[in-house]
Design a protein around this ligand. Structure first.
Ligand SMILES: CC(C)(COP(=O)(O)OP(=O)(O)OC[C@H]1O[C@@H](n2cnc3c(N)ncnc32)[C@H](O)[C@@H]1OP(=O)(O)O)[C@@H](O)C(=O)NCCC(=O)NCCS
Length: 169
């Protein structure tokens, strides 16, 4: 789409111009992909400071029922001096609000100590075995935390092995 619009700026482009514009359009597309892979920050600001943050990204994983693009959640933290005030919850609910955007139906993430926090928000444990086809050891668990979770708990979720198709986040 972008490439067509860009090329269309010149009424009678020669081959060299077309090649240059295609190259520029391709670079812009790659830059857009990189920005999406880097993800979005969800911040809760109080008095000019960050009370809580969360990061979301899109990841396409391979499941027993086919490829699924999930919303990845990472980097969730609230300021230790204001924990228990609802700011962590606000940041994560803002992250979950991306569900529904461009076919995203599930959020998938890992956690160590905050399992109870996510369960209160409506997330559930995931018990599938995970692999990563991009790793040196494909069969090794790509996650590093104790628990993998998904949100919302009541959405259908496939059984079987899941290829995370990249490192844990
Ligand atoms: C986990 C964390 C983000 C929670 O942030 P917070 O601002 O204290 O959480 P909130 O005040 O929004 O809490 C929302 C609810 O979850 C509960 N809760 C908070 N932390 C919890 C935990 N570790 N286990 C169980 N429940 C928890 C709160 O009691 C509150 O319950 P309520 O809605 O019934 O009142 C924060 O403790 C933190 O930054 N921890 C260190 C980093 C971390 O573990 N991040 C998660 C990585 S996946």
């Amino acid at each position: 789409m972008r490439a067509r619009a860009f090329v269309g700026m010149s009424p009678t482009p020669d081959e060299q111009t077309l090649a240059r514009t295609r190259e520029r359009a391709h670079r812009r597309w790659v830059a857009g992909e990189a920005a999406e892979a880097a993800g979005l920050m969800h911040v809760v600001k109080v008095d000019g400071g960050y009370a809580a943050v969360a990061n979301t990204l899109r990841r396409t994983i391979d499941t027993a029922t086919g490829l699924v693009t999930v919303l990845g959640l990472a980097g969730v933290a609230s300021d230790p001096t204001v924990r228990g005030s609802g700011f962590g919850k606000a940041a994560v609910l803002d992250a979950f609000a991306r569900l529904g955007e461009e076919g995203l139906t599930h959020c998938l993430f890992q956690t160590g100590k905050a399992r109870g926090f996510y369960e209160r928000l409506g997330a559930a444990l995931v018990t599938n075995r995970f692999v990563d086809r991009t790793a040196d050891d494909i069969e090794a668990n790509p996650w590093s935390d104790d628990w993998v979770m998904r949100y919302p708990a009541d959405a259908d979720w496939p059984d079987g092995v899941i290829d995370l198709n990249g490192p844990g986040y």
